[in-house]
Structures are given as C-alpha cells and as structure tokens.
Design a protein around this ligand. Structure first.
Ligand code: VG1
Ligand code: CO
Length: 583
C-alpha cells in the first residue's frame, strides 16, 4: 500500500471566489491559475463541520468537461491530506448532477459507509473546453446544493485563506478502472473507490417509474422517440436507461457520447442550442416535412436540465412541471399515495399555482436555484418542483433531474395511451398540453436573455427599475404611454424569501412588476455566468378564456415585451437591440 505524507502549503486569498446560483463557475484559464482550485477546495473543507471531513466519505465527479480529470486528482490529494477516509469517483470521473445526489442519498459502500457530501465538477449548461468554463460546487449530506449559510462561509474563507493541505506524493489514481485503491497516511488509511456511474441512479429510477409500461409505449409501432444529450454526461445514462432497460432503438439517441468540449457546442437544452433535436422534431427553419418523432428530449452538460418536445411542438418548462404535477398520482407509482406539495422558482410561470389550487396542494414560491427546494423536501412539504430554466424534479433526490423528467413524461404518455396503444393514433404530447390548457388556462411565457452585457450597465439598468418601483402611478403613466392594451401594474417589488423551515431570509431575488390581469414582468441578473453580466427578463400572461389559448406565444406576448423593453430602457442601458437567446 502506497504511503503518503501531508504537505502544508502557504497561499493567499484570490479575488472573485463567490459561489453563484449553483457553485463557482469561471473560465478554465482562471481555474488553472496557481492555487485557484486549491484555495476553493480548502475553503470548502474549512466551512464544513469537522466530522463531515475527518474520517468521512465524499464523492468527487462531474460532467466530464475539460479540466475535470486534473481537478479530480487535485481534490483527491487534498481530501487525503484533510483526513477524509474515502473518496468515491464515478468511472472516468463521470456522474451527472442528479446521479451525485442519488449516490449521496442511496449508495452504501461495501463496509456500510455512506457519503457525507460531494464536490460536483460542472459548469452545467455553459460550454466546455480549454477556452470555456469550468465549475465546482459542494453538495451536502441530503444530496442537495450547500445552502447559503455554507456558501457564504466558503466565500468568507476564500478571503482569509493562508494555507491548504495536500498529499503531494499520493500517486494519481486511475479513474478509468472500477475498483478500490488504498493508501496509508499519517491519520490512517485512505481509499479511492471508482464505481459504475449509472448503477445507483438506474436502480433508483426503477423504484420510481413503471418501466414495463414505458417499455410497452416505446415498443408501439406508433411511437417514436429521440433523445439528445448534447454530448453531456446524460449520454452515459441514456444508453443504459432508454436503450438497455427500456428497449429504445440505439438510433433514438443523438450526441450521447460525453465529450470534454461537448463537441464544441453549447450544452443548453433549449430551442436555440439543441439544434439537431429541434430539426429532427420538425421545429427548425429547414425541418423535414415528413414523419418526425412523437417525442423528443434533450439534456444539459450535467444532465439536470431537460427540454421536452412533441411532434413539431415545444413544451415550456413552466407548463411541463404543472402537467407532471397534475398527472403524477395516476401515472407515476412513486407518487401513488399523493403529492406532499409542489413548488416553483419565482420567475417560473404560475401554471403550477393553478394546478396546486385545483388539486388543493401545498404550494411554495422560492428564489431561483435548486438549493431552496431542498429544505421543503427535507421537511416533507414538497414532492414535485420546477424552474422555467428547463429544470424539473422531485423529492427522490435534491437536485433537478433531466432524465427523471423524460421518464415522467414517458409515464404520462404511457398512462394516457394505456388502452389505446394499438389505436388509430396515440394521444400526443401536444394533445396532453392542449388538454391541460383547456382545463387550467394557459400561461403564455417567454424569457429574454442578454448575455455578456457590460456589468456596470446591467447594474444601472436594475437600479433604475428598482427606483421606478417607488411610484406606481409614475410607472403606469409610462406604460400607458407605451401601450394602451396592457393592464396596470398593481404591485412592484424585489422578491424576498423567508424559508418556512429554517426562517432564513434571502433578499434581492429579482425585480417584479405585477399587473392587474395577472401578467408579470421579472428582471434578474444571472448568477451562473462567467463573464460580464447576463440580464434575464421573464414575461408572462395568463389566459383563462379557452377561445384564446391557441395563439402563437410571441404574438400573444408582444405588447408586454414592448412594455418591458421600453420601461427598462434595455437598449439605452445595454446597447443591445435584441436578446442573445429567447426561450
Ligand atoms: C440559472 C437558472 C436557474 C438554475 C441555475 C442552475 O441560474 O436561471 O433557474 O437553477 O441556472 O442551473 P441564473 O442565476 O444564471 O439565472 V444549472 O443546470 O446551470 O446548474
Ligand atoms: Co445543469
């Protein structure tokens, strides 16, 4: 057994290590600076309770993006030096974000060990490669992202750090081979356990869904399916679940080989970046006129996001979570005994609110970012939740879950078609969505993103919007000068959240303008970008009247968009005449 020593290294604080919405995300060149990663990792160890480090088991893995393999070796050596007992690594360093959450919660080591947390190496939907982004975040014992109390502590530590610990002579571990390697250090043994990336996750999915009924759907000659992993880590799971377990054809999977640079693409599952899938589903500009699949889906780099498509039909993520919630009890065995409650992030449309009200479910509105759902789930208050940013999930883990969402939709399709599998034509994704709108009304919804805007300009734009909120009569005067067909603003504020479980308060979580007819405008600065600032503008309008639910979404929202852009002086502040991405 190789023996290692602990080296104490002097270091000094490095600016800008504040974790964002979901961890620390920067360009690879920033992460490669001397001590940059080391400082953050040591600051994290120092922010955790001693027993969560000394003698503990931690998971280290991620979406496999460029620099992950180097980062894993560094973190393993630092874990050894900080007294961690064992590190669990997915084969090739691959674990999707939801799989990490599942591993923390479900995996039991040969000696009965359980993980107390995880370093997840991902910048999620941001591109990867030598000139692109890397990221790191810490998840806690419940499988969820570290709460703000911990991320604040990590950040404070990065500002005072003087030393870190590393086992420099620990040899690099072969993470491409499954098995345990043991080392001996000053505080005892240290193991690195490389295991199959999909095993625990697949096992968990089988306890949630009725795989047989999904298999039946997939084998129907009337059904066809396409899944695009955008070269992210979802590919490692898609093969195992959709092809091996559920019998989908291999040709149903596209871009399902994980790549360090995501094939040069932007691994963000939306209508702009998931080009190949969008074309196959008949939604592209030069899309085929003929047969297209019944169902399509895509994931982001770390496989926690999902986009759901029907034949020539896009399901908004806000509708998706509402539809899953409305059908969960009948269609998904895990929820058979009822939903404990539902939750959405503030900018997500109110489609879920209407379902909650109709089904008499507990309902919560939380700030953007998955960490806020965790407390509700741990307290047994929430079963299904989602965000407008293509994130959907449930209390089976404490992260959003891209493949889970696809299995949820396949379950709903299987349920709606159970007596119809050999019928003339199947109940389609579009049928399900239109039926939902007919029952609950429709929330027209769009998001405009202005990426890489000058940070000072973005700040000024936001400050101006807050200033305007002081006088609603003034705001309404401006609005009526822009459009006469938009209702009045009745409330305007910055969203603030008091966690109902631990009482913690999160302020400045987005600027809201709420209209008399239930429409909303929300403005936020992104907390996941790595350069400049990204302004997100969320626009929503509710339509109850069933004769008005079939309109083109961009048409229906045009008046509100007009108001949003002029009220915020978007072009004046940012110099941009159009957003970078519309979803
Ligand atoms: C974005 C989304 C947010 C999501 C976060 C992490 O954050 O808006 O809803 O939780 O990304 O998703 P922001 O601060 O940039 O708006 V992931 O898949 O990138 O970890
Ligand atoms: Co992600």
């Amino acid at each position: 057994m190789a023996i290692f020593k602990v080296n104490r290294k002097e270091t000094a604080p490095i600016d800008g290590q504040k974790p964002g919405t979901s961890g620390l995300r920067k360009k690879v060149v920033v992460f490669k600076q001397p001590n940059y990663l080391h400082n953050f990792v040591q600051s994290t160890f120092n922010a955790l309770a001693t027993d969560k480090v000394k003698g503990a088991t931690i998971v280290v893995s991620g979406d496999g993006r460029y620099f992950s393999k180097d980062a894993i070796q560094i973190i393993v050596k630092m874990a050894a030096a900080n007294g961690v007992r064992r590190v669990w690594v997915g084969k090739d360093g691959l674990l999707s974000t939801p799989a990490v959450s599942a591993v923390i919660r479900e995996r039991v080591g040969a000696d009965g060990s359980k993980a107390s947390g995880a370093f997840i190496l991902t910048a999620s939907h941001n591109p990867g490669g030598p000139h692109e982004d890397f990221g790191i975040k810490y998840n806690m014992e419940n499988g969820g992202p570290a709460p703000e109390a911990i991320t604040d502590k990590i950040y404070a530590n990065t500002k005072t750090i003087k030393e870190y610990f590393i086992a420099e002579d620990l040899p690099d571990v072969d993470i491409s081979t499954i098995g345990v390697t043991s080392f001996s250090g000053p505080e005892g043994n240290f193991d690195v356990d490389v295991f199959d990336s999909a095993e625990d996750y697949v096992k968990l999915m089988k306890t949630i869904f009725d795989f047989q009924s999904i298999q039946k759907l997939l084998s129907s000659p009337k059904f066809s399916f396409c899944y695009d992993a955008l070269h992210g880590v979802a590919g490692a799971y898609a093969n195992r679940i959709f092809v091996e377990e559920l019998g989908a054809k291999e040709s149903s999977l596209i871009n399902c080989t994980p790549k360090e640079d995501f094939g040069g693409g932007h691994p963000d599952p939306n209508l702009t970046y998931a080009k190949e899938l969008v074309a196959r589903m008949g939604l592209g500009k030069s899309s085929p006129q003929g047969e297209v699949p019944e169902f399509g889906a895509a994931a982001d780099g770390d496989a926690d996001r999902n986009m759901i498509l029907g034949k020539r039909f896009f399901v908004t993520p806000s509708d998706s979570v509402a539809i899953i919630a409305a059908n969960a009890v009948q269609a998904i065995p895990y929820f058979a005994s009822g939903l404990k409650g539902v939750a959405r992030s503030m900018p997500t449309s109110a489609a879920l609110d209407v379902v909650a009200k109709n089904l008499n479910l507990k309902f919560f509105e939380v700030p953007t970012g998955w960490k806020f759902f965790g407390n509700l789930m741990d307290a047994g208050l929430c079963s299904v939740c989602g965000e407008e940013s293509f994130g959907t999930g449930s209390d089976h883990i404490r992260e959003k879950d891209g493949i889970w969402a696809v299995l949820a939709w396949l379950s709903i399709l299987a349920f709606k078609n159970k007596d119809n599998i050999n019928g003339e034509s199947l109940v389609s994704v579009e049928d399900i969505v239109r039926q939902h709108w007919a029952t609950y009304g429709r929330h027209y919804y769009t998001r405009y993103d202005y990426e890489n805007v000058d940070a000072a300009a973005a700040k000024e734009l936001m400050a101006n919007l807050v200033k305007l909120q002081a006088s609603l009569p003034e705001v309404n005067k401006i609005i009526s000068g822009i459009r006469s067909d938009v209702s009045n603003v009745v409330e305007a504020d910055e969203f603030e959240y008091k966690d109902p479980v631990d009482g913690s308060v999160s302020k400045h979580q987005g600027i809201r303008y709420l209209f008399a007819d239930g429409s909303r405008l929300v403005f936020r600065l992104s907390g996941t970008g790595s350069e400049g600032a990204t302004i997100r503008l969320y626009i929503e309008q509710y339509e109850k009247d069933s004769s008005n639910i079939g309109r083109d979404s961009q048409d229906a929202l045009a008046p509100l968009v007009d108001v949003a852009l002029k009220l915020s002086k978007m072009q004046e502040f940012t110099g941009r005449s159009a957003p970078t991405v519309i979803t």
